[in-house]
Design a protein around this ligand. Structure first.
Ligand SMILES: *Cc1c(COP(=O)(O)O)cnc(C)c1O
Length: 421
């Protein structure tokens, strides 16, 4: 009997307590406290019969027995480091299953390709991450998939009317909340209700939610009716600006078909990346809580600053704001992403960025180090001028991702840069 259990006296341990042990036993690997990096492409079968059985289960030719997992065959199908990271990725979202990918875009594209077919309508929120935008606006239409976009202002009735007027029946819903860089929230429960109405003839029509900005700590879309939660694990989950990875999390029924397509597309994570994700998950909660606390202080400083016109930050939503009630219902905290506007357009924003000490001028987010960028000419430069206007991505808008530095140092750095504006 192993003493590495998920509970003590019948009381289930919390995710942060399980993150160092879940899915791995030291006795499996010479007592190693940390899982080794299983840097291997292939796995040796004990007997030919065992090899046959592993393939039968992997290919779905036989029903696996209670608790039987696909045996280790080849690292494009599975690998111990991937499996341990996947087990741990289920914990915060209280999900049955997870699939790890070599990038967030690999997770998103593999998921959408699993559930969409030519002639389908994809219902997607806007604005969304630039890579996702390119995939659904330029690549999926070439495969005969129609795309319908809606934003945070659409009511349930309006969304239904738009779907009824569009060509094709919905094959999947894909939303990103909060949106980047404006922090607009999309109502997960509302989308789940609409998606459910379009399920007929055995098609699952899943609602997939890109939870990169607040998850997995401060928003749990599965609890609001989502079917699949998607992550760029490059961001908070990886958290150190040193890897690219992604994940899809949900029920076994939803994730298994995605994992099967991952095997064929080869979009799985490598063992080293999977190992780094395990390392990162141990401190995920510490980092995200600290980053969130510091972001609150930075956002308050910006709000009071005479050279700042507007601060887009979830923690500043107040009763009466159209998104306040949704925020209270759907989010457990405001996270650590802030966008703010300086008067004077691009020139002023650039002066701020070029004079900013401590904080690195780079895209990406969710890392231990704070990062700043100019959405209009960087992360959102693919969007048209009209789309940028509609999204509120203005010339003077700067996006900040707050890291784990001392809050006073960050505030001093930002204050210094604002003097140059
Ligand atoms: C970064 C990001 C992605 C893409 O993830 P990669 O790991 O860069 O492939 C998708 N969605 C959101 C919200 C992101 O921030």
């Amino acid at each position: 009997m192993s003493k590495w259990k998920d509970e003590i006296d019948g009381k289930r341990l919390r995710p942060e307590s399980l993150m160092m042990t879940y899915g791995y036993r030291p006795e499996w690997s010479e007592g190693a406290a940390k899982s080794p990096i299983f840097q291997t492409s292939t796995f040796v079968f004990e007997t030919a019969e065992q090899g046959k059985r592993f393939f039968e289960v992997a290919l779905g030719k036989v029903e696996p027995e209670e608790g039987e997992k696909t045996g280790l065959i080849y690292s494009r199908l599975n690998n111990p480091d991937i499996e341990i990271a996947e087990d741990r990725l289920t914990l915060w979202d209280e999900a049955e299953d997870a699939a790890l990918f070599i990038s967030g875009m690999a997770a998103i594209s593999t998921t959408l390709l699993t559930y969409l077919r030519p002639g389908d309508l994809l219902v997607a929120s806007e604005p969304i991450y630039g890579g996702s935008h390119h995939l659904i606006e330029h690549i999926l239409p070439e495969f005969g998939i129609e795309v319908l976009r809606f934003d945070c202002r659409a009511t349930e009735a309006e969304l239904e009317t738009m779907i009824a007027a569009a060509e094709g029946e919905p094959g999947a819903f894909f939303i990103e909340t909060p949106s980047n860089p404006t922090n607009d929230l999309i109502d997960v429960a509302m989308c789940a209700r609409v998606a459910a109405k379009h399920r007929s003839g055995g098609r699952p029509v899943p609602l997939a939610v890109d939870n990169t900005f607040l998850g997995p700590l401060f928003c749990h879309p599965l609890q609001h009716g989502a079917d699949i939660v998607l992550y760029s694990a490059t961001k908070f989950i990886g958290g150190h600006s040193d890897l690219i990875a992604g994940a899809a999390v949900g029920s076994m029924e939803m994730i298994e078909p995605i994992r099967k397509l991952r095997t064929i597309l080869g979009s799985h994570a490598d063992p080293w990346t999977a190992w780094l994700i395990q390392r990162s998950l141990e401190t995920l909660q510490l980092r995200m809580i600290r980053q969130q606390e510091t972001a609150g202080r930075v956002a308050d400083f910006l709000r009071e600053h005479p050279k700042v016109d507007k601060v887009l930050y979830l923690g500043h939503l107040e009763a009466g704001h159209p998104q306040y009630e949704l925020y209270k219902r759907q989010c457990l905290g405001p996270g650590s992403m802030i966008a703010f506007e300086v008067p004077g357009g691009e020139q002023a924003a650039y002066r701020f960025l070029n004079n900013l000490p401590l904080i690195k001028l780079a895209v990406s987010l969710g890392s231990t180090e704070s990062l700043a960028e100019h959405p209009k000419t960087m992360t959102h430069s693919e969007a048209s001028a009209e789309d940028c206007d509609a999204m509120g991505v203005t010339d003077g808008l700067v996006r900040l991702s707050i890291g784990v530095e001392h809050p006073d140092d960050l505030i001093q750095a930002i204050g210094k840069a604002l003097k140059a504006v």
